[in-house]
Ligand binder design. Structure first.
Ligand SMILES: [Zn+2]
Length: 161
């Protein structure tokens, strides 16, 4: 595990995703789905209501649990298929931040991530907070995407042994 100094992580510097909430409140899930060519069935809208607004970076099973609270009859397969559809249509990104663990992110703008090893929370880090150099030195490849995944704990937190 690597700890990276980011300065004091304040909510304002880490959650650019707050902006997203204000955008979503004026645009409802039904019209977002329609704008992306997705038939807004009741179950898809229920998934969208949660997953397009969350800053939790949830796994598919967490999405299922959250949505089940409102729509108890929704099946795991429906949630999985809906998430894959949203990714395919560009509404969500699927991220592998740890081995064997895919999480979903409604923030499809370029950004980096910071995993709080104490709480397990995944924070968004604005793109311009981190600079990656020497990408040109990777000869033989055209790099079309990358992101930095940092691990750390809040300053003053005693690290677990
Ligand atoms: Zn993110």
């Amino acid at each position: 595990m690597t700890e990276v100094y980011l300065g004091r992580p304040t909510n304002s510097s880490l959650t650019s995703s707050n902006f997203r909430l204000s955008l979503i409140t004026v645009t409802d899930s039904v019209s977002i789905l329609q704008q992306h060519g997705i038939q807004p069935s009741a179950q898809r809208v229920a998934v969208a209501d949660y997953v397009l607004q969350t800053i939790e970076h949830p796994s598919a099973d967490l999405v299922w649990n959250r949505v089940k609270a409102r729509v108890p009859y929704i099946s795991r397969a429906t949630v999985y298929n809906t998430l894959n559809l949203f990714v395919e249509k560009g509404l969500l990104r699927a991220l592998t931040l740890a081995e064997d663990s895919v999480v979903f992110d409604p923030n499809v703008e370029r950004h980096h991530h910071l995993v709080d090893d104490e709480t397990g929370m995944i924070h968004d880090v604005p793109w311009d907070k981190v600079q990656v150099c020497n990408i040109e030195a990777l000869k033989g490849f055209e790099i079309h995407d990358y992101q930095v995944v940092m691990h750390g704990v809040r300053k003053g937190t005693r690290r677990k042994a």
